[in-house]
Design a protein around this ligand. Structure first.
Ligand code: OGA
Ligand code: MN
Length: 203
């Protein structure tokens, strides 16, 4: 069992469409994920992130991060400990919010100095699988003057979240407009989506 405050997670998500949890995972797990991401980056295992669905284009005026997709069928040990937590979250969400989440897809992301991701939603117009976005930040000792905040454009206000290591943010992929402000330092994260089966597959 993880020490996540599931009641807070569910209540806040239900009421506000988003939730942020500081120290969501043990420090050593965050550190191991960060080190794994950096090793993959140094080995050349990232590529420029694209905009839209698979096969779409690199559009550096919209986003200029680099990503490495995780292979859910071949997880490393530390990825498995993260997925164990994600599974617990999934079970609670399905049980209490009836979200029908079936799987998780995710990638490491690095925003090199000067990188950003302009305001967008995470659900594509022609694909309805993504229910919730779930981001885990992997930065060590992030400083406010580094920029790189996750900005949520909510109905009632704009909210900036610092990408401090161990902070987890969850929000509805189709409802919460969000962006990554320009980062003045390397910014690391593990970003993913809780997915349901496509409604299109039912017909
Ligand atoms: C994304 C995204 C936000 C962040 O990858 O779709 O919006 O804070 N990331 O990294
Ligand atoms: Mn996004």
């Amino acid at each position: 069992m993880s020490s996540l405050d599931f009641d807070f997670l569910i209540d806040h998500l239900l009421e506000h469409n988003w939730v942020a949890l500081a120290r969501a995972l043990p420090e050593e797990v965050v550190k191991a994920l960060r080190e794994e991401a950096k090793a993959l980056w140094q080995a050349g295992n990232f590529h420029n992130a694209k905009v839209g669905r698979e096969g779409e284009k690199v559009k550096s005026e919209i986003r200029n991060d680099h990503i490495h997709w995780l292979d859910e069928t071949n997880l490393s040990d530390v990825q498995m400990s993260y997925f164990a937590v994600l599974n617990e979250i999934k079970d609670r969400l399905n049980r209490e919010l009836f979200l029908g989440i079936a799987s998780f897809e995710g990638h490491y992301a690095i925003y090199p100095e000067g990188s950003f991701y302009k305001a967008h939603l995470d659900r594509f117009q022609d694909a309805d699988e993504r229910v919730l976005s779930c981001i885990l930040y992997l930065n060590d000792n992030w400083q406010p003057d580094f920029g790189g905040q996750l900005r949520l454009h909510l109905e009632e206000k704009t909210l900036d979240i610092e990408p401090e290591g161990g902070t987890m943010v969850i929000f509805y992929s189709d409802r919460v407009l969000h962006e990554v402000l320009p980062a003045n330092a390397e910014r690391w994260s593990l970003t993913g989506w809780f997915r349901r089966r496509s409604l299109r597959d039912l017909f």
